[in-house]
Write a protein that binds this ligand. Structure first.
Ligand code: PEP
Ligand code: MG
Length: 293
């Protein structure tokens, strides 16, 4: 409900999950139906950037009216941009609707589940053809949530206008652990040094290639996560709006120099427990500062 989103409190919208606009319906929304939904968001945020992620169904996200072909491993299957590049009509209707929702200015479109650079190239070529001169105002971003994309980031960062790290899926794929399976959930460890090192690598590579980078997974809205990510060099954090005041207040109690050192130290730990206790301690100290003010 847009009522709860005070546009003056935030720098914009880091991740608009468009699948929710699809889930509420009984059939695929038309271009015009989509345009109206997206326009409401764009107008509400009064010119601040809104990042629209193209449809990311498959795996845990289902559409009632669309029978996905059964798959043995849906998390490793037909989802995100893989589907978009095969069902190009659906993909392009959505892209056109997102562009049409902006009367003026830049348009930010984020592609989910990018695995190899060819997918980004193909998506950009399709958009260029479908959008004509409007393509010039579109910034195309790649989500980094597949380990192969993280490791080949050097190539992606040079062709994407921005990247956004999806830590929810990145952790799932890095640890080979289903993020919704309680049986193995103890191995789902966003704060394990292995994950922390990958996150630092991503930030460093983006800086090297001058590619704007943000984080849009749940970690960004967690106290320990926010401290670690800012210390690792992330320029923007995207989180549920309810976390924004708390995370802003927390970060105001810290210095970048301290966070840089904290990030390095946490990533150098051997176990999740060591890294967590380090980050938790730092978060508690900063929170003390918030309470004292
Ligand atoms: C993520 O994977 O971190 C992410 C932001 O996308 P979603 O949670 O929608 O998969
Ligand atoms: Mg994801």
């Amino acid at each position: 409900d847009l009522e709860y989103f005070n546009p003056t409190m935030v720098g914009g919208v880091g991740l608009f999950r468009t699948e929710f606009a699809y889930m509420e319906r009984s059939g695929f929304p038309t271009l015009e139906e989509q345009r109206l939904v997206y326009k409401e968001i764009v107008d509400h945020f009064e010119g601040k950037p809104v990042v629209f992620r193209t449809l990311d169904v498959g795996n845990d996200k289902r559409l009632r009216y669309f029978d996905m072909p059964p798959e043995q491993n849906p998390a490793l299957g037909w989802r995100g941009i893989r589907m978009g590049l095969e069902w190009q009509d659906l993909f392009l209707i959505q892209v056109q609707a997102i562009v049409a929702a902006h009367d003026e200015g830049e348009v930010r479109i984020l592609l989910p589940m990018v695995t190899v650079v060819e997918e980004l190239r193909e998506a950009k070529a399709l958009m260029k053809k479908a959008l004509g001169s409007d393509a010039e105002r579109v910034l195309v971003g790649a989500m980094i949530e597949v380990p192969a994309a993280a490791m080949a980031l050097k190539d992606l960062a040079q062709e994407a206008d921005f990247v956004s790290v999806g830590t929810n899926d990145l952790t799932q794929y890095l640890f080979a652990v289903d993020r919704d399976n309680t049986r193995v959930s103890s191995l789902y460890q966003p704060y394990h040094p292995a994950n922390l090192r990958v996150l630092r690598f991503i930030a460093k590579t983006c800086r090297q290639f001058d590619c704007p980078v943000s984080v849009c997974g749940e970690m960004a809205g967690q106290r320990a996560g926010a401290l670690f990510l800012v210390g690792s060099g992330y320029q923007a954090l995207s989180m549920g709006v309810g976390f924004v005041p708390e995370i802003k207040a927390l970060l105001a109690q810290t210095t970048l120099k301290d966070l840089v050192a904290l990030s390095r130290k946490a990533a150098g730990c051997r176990t999740r427990e060591e890294a967590v206790s380090l980050l938790r301690e730092a978060a508690a100290a900063a929170w003390e500062g918030v309470l004292a003010n």
